[in-house]
Design a protein around this ligand. Structure first.
Ligand code: SAH
Ligand code: SF4
Ligand code: F3S
Length: 453
């Protein structure tokens, strides 16, 4: 082991935001562990705290500032090898704000961005040695974080980034500004990782990108996501999932993959954002409601059991009651298993943030529409889950239920949460990462319950 300033120190990673950040968190843990640091679960036990941040909506910003500020009041552990807890901020806020963070939060020691995860150990070492804050933010990536060691959260599941960045510039969205342009990883590299995961006993691979459907356009001149799916499927991995899809790039070949590949799970997150063509246009989404519904129809033709989920923004600048109604109707028509609903949050530097100046929809009206949608989403999720009752589903076990230690929790092929009693004489630690067949006897809004066969 290389001798490092980090050796013998404890660190705690706090992750906000999307799967990309979760994956980055695993790489951070991999790097720090390889330098002799030890991961701990609480701030109290930690010598170093690392925030991997998100700025997609204002709420995420505010939460970081509050939590980072309150760290000052948490005493160090007994015998800590530091005189002051080291605090690092990375991820999308680190990328966006850089130096500014050290000015607003004076006890921050390290700021890093989305393109230089690999610099984190060096920046931490330098700040420990010098006592000076270290800020390093780059404009683009020279390597994929996949080249770094990883400490997977679950031994049986792996995130596998196939592209980073985004070229879509939806008018509300900050992501292209903090994650840069879309850059795909060569297919051979992705496949080499997938094969290594299979050899390592991984049961489920989730391919990651801001828009997986355009995978390969920058490398091969045309999207090759469907081909990538076929090749990953051929590695023999038990379950494949992917996130996220952009409807404008989800082509017939990918739809066909759902018909052909048995290990591609029957679940798809397909963000629609709005059901109104006028709003979709203002959002720069480049598809219509009709096109979206056509994709849904085709998917269900080839895979009738497919479970759909989506993201929706309520209160985009200029959204009228009629626009909202169209979103509401679309949600009812599709019958989603899960809908992530967001109130529009203006992000500085995005085109929509300027549109809001002309918008005078009162906050209460937006809030009331949001609530109407949330109610519908719950009804819809409950209804969509009902056909599961009575079925036997293969569940990939994740561990014991947080609420009840005698119950196990896992995921069905449709990615629905399943709870069941831990069979008598079974050890939950041995069940983790294995498949059990569960006979579902109860379908609730957000989970299924049953008994292990
Ligand atoms: N690349 C993915 C994820 C983007 S961020 C995709 O295209 O789907 C995840 C979700 O956050 C988006 O789908 C959108 O619904 C929501 N979102 C993004 N920017 C937002 C904003 N300014 N206000 C409210 N919600 C936003
Ligand atoms: Fe943001 Fe749109 Fe890119 Fe998704 S596709 S990350 S919503 S700009
Ligand atoms: Fe948030 Fe950055 Fe992901 S802004 S949603 S963590 S890409």
């Amino acid at each position: 082991m290389i001798i490092s300033e980090l050796s013998g120190k404890t660190y705690h990673v706090i992750i906000y935001g999307c799967q990309m950040n979760k994956h980055d968190g695993e790489r951070i843990a991999g790097m720090l562990d390889s330098l002799g640091a030890t991961r701990v679960d609480t701030i109290e036990e930690s010598d170093i705290v690392i925030f991997v941040t998100c700025c997609v909506r204002e709420a995420a910003d505010v939460r970081l500032m509050g939590q980072a500020a309150s760290l000052k009041n948490v005493p160090l552990r007994e015998g800590a090898p530091v005189t002051k807890r080291i605090v690092a901020i990375g991820g999308c806020i680190g990328q966006r704000d850089g130096d500014k963070l050290v000015d607003t939060l004076p006890h921050i020691d390290v700021v890093f961005g989305t393109f230089n995860l690999s610099s984190l150990p060096r920046l931490l070492e330098q700040t420990i040695l010098t006592g000076e804050p270290m800020v390093e933010v780059l404009d683009s990536a020279d390597e994929f974080p996949t080249s770094l060691p990883s400490q997977r959260e679950h031994s049986w599941a792996a995130w596998l980034p196939i592209s980073i960045g985004c070229n879509n510039f939806c008018t509300y969205c900050i992501v292209p500004h903090v994650r840069g342009r879309e850059k795909s990883r060569p297919m051979e590299d992705v496949l080499a990782d997938a094969r290594a995961y299979v050899a390592d006993g991984v049961k489920e691979i989730t391919l990651l990108g801001q828009n997986v459907n355009s995978y390969g356009r920058d490398l091969y001149g045309e999207p090759r996501f469907a081909e990538l799916l076929r090749q990953v499927s051929a590695t023999g991995i038990e379950r494949i999932r992917f996130a996220t899809s952009h409807p404008k790039d989800l082509n017939d070949e990918v739809i066909q993959a759902f018909a052909e590949l048995p290990n591609l799970m029957p679940a798809l997150h397909l963000p629609v954002q709005s059901g109104s063509n006028a709003i979709l246009k203002k959002m720069n989404r480049k598809y219509t409601r009709e096109h979206y519904l056509d994709i849904v129809r085709k998917l269900r033709e080839v895979r009738p059991d497919i479970a759909l989920s989506t993201d929706i923004i309520v209160g985009f600048p200029g959204e009228t009651e009629e626009d909202f109604q169209q979103t509401y109707d679309l949600v009812r028509e599709v019958g989603y298993h899960q809908v992530f609903t967001f109130i529009y949050s203006p992000r500085e530097g995005t085109p929509a943030a300027k549109m809001i100046l002309e918008d005078d929809t009162p906050r209460e009206v937006i809030q009331e529409r949001f609530q109407r949608l949330v109610d519908l989403v719950q009804e819809g999720a409950f209804a969509a889950n009902q056909p599961e009752a009575g079925k036997v589903v293969p569940v990939l076990v994740e561990g014991s239920s947080r609420r009840d230690e005698t119950m196990l929790t896992g995921r069905s092929p449709k990615n629905l949460t399943v709870h069941a009693h831990i069979p008598e004489g079974s050890d939950i630690d041995e069940l983790k990462g294995t498949f059990v067949d569960v006979k579902i006897n109860k379908a609730k809004t957000w989970y299924l319950a049953g008994e292990v066969l």
